[in-house]
Design a protein around this ligand. Structure first.
Ligand SMILES: [Zn+2]
Length: 299
C-alpha cells in the first residue's frame, strides 16, 4: 500500500484497523496533500485561525478533565466533532475499545471537521442570494459549512441592516477564501499607479456605511480622450482612471466609475459607497469572474 497515494476515505478506514496503521494514516505529512487538494481554495487564513482557537480551547478542556477539574461534554462529545457518532457507536458495539483520541491539532482532525460540516468558517461567496440580480458579479463574506451529501456549502450571510438573508446552499465554484481585508475595513488600494486599460479589478462597494463591503468585478477602460488607434493609448499617463462594469447597460449609473489615481478614498452618495480597489492578477481568478459574466447586460 502506498500511503502517499491513498485517498482520504481509505486513510480514515485504515486508521481504525490497528495502532500501527493509525500512526501511519493520521500523520500530518499524508494529510497535507489531502488538505491542499480539497480545501485550499476555500479555507483561508481566517478559517485556520478559527480552527487553531478551537483546538486551543479543546486542549484546555482536556487538561481540565484529566486533573478532575472542569467538566465538559466529555471525550465522546468532542470526539463526535471529529468522527461521526454513528461510527463511534459501531466501534463500541463491536466490543473493541475506541482507539486513542486523535490529536486535536492534527491535520486529519481539521480535515474531518471540515468534511463533516461541523466546522463552519469564514469565506466569500460569488453572486450571493443566487438569482438576485442586485448581487451579480460581486463576492460577499459568509460563514460556510460543508454538506457532504450534496457536495455543496451552506452559506450564512451577515445581516444587511435589518434584513437577515436566508441560508443558501452554494456550489464549490461560488466559494473562495477571503482576500484579506475585513468587510468593515477600507482596503488599501496599492495598485492604482499601475492600473492600465484592460486590467481586471475588484472594488469594494457598500450600500451605506452600516453595511459590510462586498467585492465587485470590473475592468479598467480607456478615457474618452484616448485615441486607441494611430497614436496609441495615453491612459497610463493620466491621473484619471475609468472603471467599467460592462454587465450594466450603457447609460446605467452603475456602468462607469471615474476615479483619481493619486487621490482616492472612499467615495459615495445615497446610492452607495465605493471603497478600496485590488487588481486581479491571477488567470484563475479572472476566469472565475468571467464564468459569471451574464450574456445580457443589466439595467
Ligand atoms: Zn487608452
Amino acid at each position: 500500500m502506498h500511503f502517499g497515494k491513498a485517498v482520504a476515505a481509505e486513510l480514515c478506514k485504515m486508521s481504525g484497523v490497528c495502532s500501527y496503521l493509525r500512526e501511519r494514516c493520521t500523520s500530518d505529512h499524508l494529510w497535507k496533500r489531502h488538505m491542499k487538494e480539497k480545501w485550499s481554495r476555500v479555507v483561508g487564513e481566517e478559517a485556520w485561525r478559527k480552527w487553531e482557537l478551537q483546538v486551543a480551547l479543546r486542549r484546555d478542556v482536556d487538561v481540565g478533565e484529566e486533573t478532575g477539574g472542569v467538566r465538559s461534554k466529555g471525550w465522546m462529545g468532542w470526539l463526535g466533532c471529529v468522527w461521526p457518532l454513528s461510527w463511534l457507536k459501531r466501534k463500541m458495539e463491536d466490543g473493541r475499545k475506541p482507539w486513542r483520541i486523535l490529536p486535536v491539532d492534527s491535520l486529519i482532525s481539521f480535515y474531518q471537521a471540515l468534511e463533516s460540516g461541523r466546522f463552519s468558517f469564514p469565506a466569500q461567496v460569488y453572486n450571493r442570494e443566487n438569482g438576485n440580480a442586485g448581487f451579480l458579479l460581486s463576492c460577499y463574506d459568509a460563514e460556510i459549512s460543508y454538506n457532504s451529501r450534496t457536495n455543496k456549502f451552506y452559506a450564512r450571510y451577515p445581516p444587511h441592516g435589518k434584513r437577515v438573508p436566508a441560508i443558501e446552499e452554494v456550489t464549490w465554484e461560488r466559494v473562495r477564501a477571503p482576500i484579506g481585508t475585513s468587510a468593515h475595513d477600507l482596503h488599501i488600494s496599492e495598485c492604482l499607479t499601475e492600473l492600465n486599460p484592460g486590467d481586471h479589478i475588484e472594488i469594494q462597494w457598500r450600500r451605506n456605511k452600516k453595511f459590510p463591503y462586498g467585492w465587485w468585478y470590473g475592468v479598467v477602460g480607456h478615457l474618452e480622450v484616448c485615441d486607441r488607434g494611430e497614436h496609441g493609448c495615453c491612459c497610463h499617463a493620466s491621473d484619471t482612471i475609468v472603471l467599467e462594469f460592462n454587465h450594466y447597460a450603457p447609460g446605467s449609473r452603475w456602468r462607469r466609475k471615474i476615479i483619481n489615481r493619486k487621490e482616492y478614498r472612499e467615495d459615495g452618495n445615497e446610492d452607495g459607497f465605493y471603497g478600496g480597489i485590488r487588481k486581479v492578477q491571477k488567470k484563475e481568478e479572472i476566469s472565475v469572474w468571467k464564468q459569471f459574466c451574464p450574456a445580457e447586460v443589466q439595467d
